[in-house]
Write a protein that binds this ligand. Structure first.
Ligand code: C5P
Length: 288
């Protein structure tokens, strides 16, 4: 086998609770990751020279040293050796810095692909450990499940498969948001509430509790992102005016999305809001 092509899907968070701040500066989370059909494509090809080469259709990712796939390559090189190098072709469809986990998904799928293509023989546990060094969202994509509860900084994953095919309308504004900056703003907005000590118990992933949190449709980062970009409040109102009950922001934003039980309902919503979005991108997609 000389090359491998894999799909690298995005995620949305069906709720996101920030439980407190940790001594290491990260925030303790309780969230539900849900894999969606919007995806990038990664092709890994063996090359003779022991180099890393990146070909991509996204102009902002061409400086590959800042790319999470390159970070994954570096971590892998520190741990194992293999003959030759790799050329990665990344066909980007997932908007970057949008709260959809695109970069983390690319890095995670790169690791899985490298393990197969070069027969590195890395156990799942090791791959997940490398993933958690790349970013808080990466471990989710290393688990073979379409939905999972995330705790810790988001990297502790408990599979929670979804048997229902949900449909989503994603609205992605033209600006990106830095996750770090959003958390910083959250601290400025809610300092006292977030400094209390946090203990996570297994009760957090109790089925009923998860169902209640999904029904609440809350993302604790929304007020922070919205105070940085008030346009988000307008997109949220647009969904509300279209009669959408279930809507929230994904991750640290700026993607706002609605949740539907059928394709018809999702497409109807998309038609209603399409002309009023001013420069934002829109995707209709479903559970992966
Ligand atoms: O883990 P990741 O690299 O995606 O996180 C980016 C930044 O977001 C971190 O450096 C941190 O400032 C913030 N963050 C946080 N708590 C989390 C996840 C991210 O404070 N649970």
């Amino acid at each position: 086998m000389n090359s491998l092509t894999i799909s690298s899907p995005a995620k949305v968070n069906l709720f996101l609770k920030v439980l407190g701040r940790r001594p290491d500066g990260y925030h303790e989370l309780l969230t539900l990751f849900h894999r969606i059909s919007l995806s990038d494509r990664l092709t890994l090809r063996k090359i003779k020279r022991p180099h890393f080469r990146l070909i991509t259709n996204h102009p902002k990712l061409k400086r590959f040293r800042a790319n999470l796939v390159y970070r994954a390559y570096q971590l892998l090189r520190q741990l194992v050796s293999w003959k030759g190098g790799v050329e990665v072709t990344l066909e980007k469809n997932i908007p970057i810095a949008a709260g959809l986990g695109g970069g983390s998904s690319n890095a995670a799928h790169f690791l899985l692909g490298m393990n197969r293509l070069f027969r590195l023989g890395l156990p799942k546990k090791t791959v997940i450990r490398i993933g958690s060094q790349i970013g808080s969202d990466a471990p989710f994509f290393l688990h073979d499940t379409n939905q999972a509860v995330g705790t810790g900084r988001g990297e502790k994953i408990k599979p929670f498969p979804s048997h229902q095919k949900l449909w989503f309308v994603l609205v992605i504004p033209s600006f990106g948001l830095s996750t770090r900056q959003v958390y910083k703003r959250l601290r400025a907005l809610a300092l006292t509430r977030l400094t209390r000590a946090v203990t996570i118990t297994s009760a957090h992933s109790d089925r009923q509790r998860i169902a209640r949190l999904v029904a609440s449709g809350e993302n604790d980062l929304f007020p922070a992102s919205c105070s940085m970009r008030p346009e988000l409040g307008r997109i949220n109102s647009l969904f509300e005016q279209s009669g959408v009950q279930r809507r929230l922001m994904s991750g640290s934003g700026p993607t706002i999305f609605s949740i539907h039980n059928s394709k018809r309902e999702a497409e109807r919503t998309a038609r209603l809001i399409r002309d009023r979005m001013h420069g934002a991108k829109m995707f209709v997609c479903h559970t992966c």
